[in-house]
Design a protein around this ligand. Structure first.
Ligand code: CA
Length: 274
């Protein structure tokens, strides 16, 4: 009887432990596969890019700009992960998430340098969010001293400039302003959210090409994020965050299975004693 009690106690602890894990919000990188624009403060954009090829260190022309949201994060010695590099001290990137996303709680961009190539140490990344692509709210700036060093093959040195937001935010446009000594050398920009995308009446009306053209002609300022991103995937892509329900189901099944096994073992032991 005592064994039975401890078995059930152990089960209760295991089940409550799993529930805690299941209850923790799962974050999804909602920027992956999304289009973005790029403007450089000084010097030319698309460093090393050769027209018609996927070579070089640049990030391709605007039409195929994709290296920093392709989900490949980090420099590797084999160079399987391509860099998006710009010969500039300051680069303005704006990711269009397609529609307003709720629950944005973490933003990240990585940057690298190597002195033998004359690439100077990065300075920092500033992050700003917007629902309309016009009015931005600065969320914070991460300097290299507050960044996290990445495991990177020598002589490269790399950092993740991760900004954790104190309260989850909603946004469609995410601006990342990267500052470096002379180059911006990066592989990925990430926007982590727990919420689902919402239908945004304003952004939806601007999705069709004809209407977005109309909208951009109306605008008067030249904010980097304001261009209506022709490569936008629109609002058809919806981030699925319904994994929690599935997770809970599997945990219940697993708990029931463990409970059954324990009961069978105890019953068997009891019978063996008799
Ligand atoms: Ca990448």
């Amino acid at each position: 009887m005592r064994k039975m009690f401890f078995a059930f106690l152990a089960m209760a602890i295991i089940v409550s432990g799993f529930s805690l894990i299941a209850g923790a919000e799962e974050l999804t990188n909602v920027a992956e596969g999304k289009s973005y624009t790029l403007e450089c403060e000084t010097s030319e954009a698309d460093y090393g890019y050769t027209e018609g090829t996927d070579s070089g260190f640049g990030d391709g022309p605007n039409a195929i700009r994709q290296r920093l949201t392709d989900g490949m994060h980090g420099l590797e010695s084999t160079r399987t992960v391509k860099s998006g590099a710009q010969k500039t001290k300051k680069a303005f990137y704006v990711i269009d998430l397609g529609s307003v996303v709720n629950g944005i709680s973490k933003l990240n961009m990585d940057m690298y340098y190597r002195t033998d190539w004359g690439i100077q140490k990065p300075i920092g990344v500033e992050y700003a969010l917007s629902t309309d692509g016009v009015n931005y709210t600065t969320e914070g700036k991460i300097l290299v001293a507050d960044s996290v060093e990445r495991e990177t093959p020598e002589p490269w040195v790399g950092y993740d400039f991760t900004l954790n937001l104190s309260t989850p935010k909603s946004a469609r446009y995410v601006k990342m302003i990267a500052e470096g000594g002379n180059y911006i050398w990066s592989t990925e920009m990430q926007v982590f959210a727990s919420g689902e995308e919402t239908s945004d009446p304003e952004s939806e009306s601007s999705t069709p090409a004809a209407e977005s053209e109309e909208q951009s002609s109306e605008s008067t300022t030249s904010e980097p994020g304001e261009s209506s991103t022709p490569g936008s995937t629109g609002s058809s892509e919806v981030t699925q965050t319904g994994d929690d329900d599935g997770m809970t189901f599997y945990i219940i099944i697993a708990a029931a299975a463990v409970l059954l096994i324990v009961t069978v073992i105890l019953t068997y032991k009891k019978k063996a004693k008799q």
